[in-house]
Write a protein that binds this ligand. Structure first.
Ligand code: HT9
Ligand code: FE2
Length: 315
């Protein structure tokens, strides 16, 4: 008999349909329904990227499946079997649902991981807190991977993606030196910096590692997708950075959203629509690296991390 280990795979969550955007947004806003205008604005952004069908959740479903297959590939000669459960921060199945399902299925040991490589008190820490609290109620031992932003296979696959697009620029007549690579990630409120949060440092480390490995001559880091709240969020925003680069006569820009692992709103709207529109306006050629989605190397990163954590607990 093999031993079943539960793997709680957590992510931000995306609505299940356009009709679901209101409930989703209300959850993000801690139960306060958005105003009609705010709701319309978010719905319009989703509508612009999905065009009626709503495929975004499939990205996460496929990642979870791919990761489970990779895990069991790695452990096929052992007496371990990994079973993955989804737990989302703002959508069904919620983090609590995932943990409860594990307990109901008779799982007696679990590992948790987030589909985001960088640790922050406002993202990963809050996912872990909710999972831990629910697991405690069920007496289910669970350990967590906090970050994996320098995993060699993560750096390898992101570097490959940067290189592929730099080569595409070269094919269209630009030199590598003329292309500015912009590493980007989801902005967070500025106050994380006074909280000793490692988020920004980890993002800089990932950026540096990719730039070195992919031999990127010219790069910088920028934020994107800041929330629409009154408090200040980390900047500069990618749109402002593009305007600055236009002033410096930079004509070719490659954006590498390294804080995201899948195609969703921040990539398909904020970069592919909003930033592309600005690029057209200011006569800049903008490309972005492909998202990881079910990239086998990314699946290996996730599987490696889970197995490593399991071994660490049993050492
Ligand atoms: C750090 C971070 C990540 C990356 C790490 C991780 O993945 O965890 C991330 C990912 C995502 N954020 C997403 C969507 C949204 N985030 C919002 C708002 C917020 N994000 C925040 C942080 C993050 N968010 C924060 C501090 C807020 C303010 C409210 C709050 O404290 O939560 C809002 C509200 C409206 C708006 O402000 O635009 C939306 C719609 C989607 C799914 C998109 C899709 O469905 O395709 C994904 C993957
Ligand atoms: Fe977000």
């Amino acid at each position: 008999m093999s031993k079943k280990i539960g793997v709680l795979v957590m992510s931000y969550g995306t609505p299940a349909s356009l009709d679901d955007v209101e409930a989703y947004y209300t959850h993000i806003r801690r139960g306060n329904p958005p105003g009609a205008e705010q709701l319309k604005e978010l719905k319009d952004r989703y509508e612009a990227i999905v065009g009626g069908v709503f495929p975004l959740r499939e990205n996460t479903d496929n990642q979870v499946l791919g990761m489970q297959n990779m895990l069991n590939e790695h452990t096929k000669d052992s007496d371990l079997e990994f079973v993955c459960y989804q737990g989302l921060k703002h959508a069904f199945p919620f983090i609590e649902d995932g943990v409860e399902k594990m307990a109901a299925d008779g799982i007696t040991e679990a590992v948790g991981i987030v589909l985001a490589p960088h640790y922050s008190t406002m993202s990963v820490a809050s996912y872990i807190k909710r999972a831990k609290e629910t697991a405690e109620k069920h007496n289910l031992p669970i350990s967590f991977i906090e970050s994996y932003h320098l995993h060699p296979k993560l750096i390898e696959t992101l570097s490959n993606r940067v290189n592929a697009k730099l080569e595409l620029f070269e094919e269209t007549g630009a030199t590598r030196e003329q292309v500015r690579v912009l590493f980007s990630a989801h902005s967070l409120p500025e106050r994380i910096l006074t909280m000793g949060d490692p988020y920004r440092d980890q993002l800089m480390e990932t950026s540096k590692a990719i730039a070195e490995r992919a031999n990127v001559p010219s790069w910088q880091f920028t934020w994107q997708s800041a929330g629409r709240t009154a408090e200040p969020w980390l900047g500069p925003d990618v749109l402002d950075t593009m305007q600055e680069l236009a002033k410096e006569q930079v004509k070719y820009v490659l954006v590498a959203p390294i804080g995201f692992v899948s195609d969703h709103l921040e990539v398909l709207y904020d970069l592919d629509i909003e930033a592309q529109e600005l690029a057209t306006e200011i006569d800049m050629r903008l490309m972005r690296i492909d998202s990881l989605n079910t990239d086998p190397l990314y699946m290996e990163v996730l599987a490696d991390e889970v197995i490593r954590k399991y071994k660490e607990v049993h050492a």
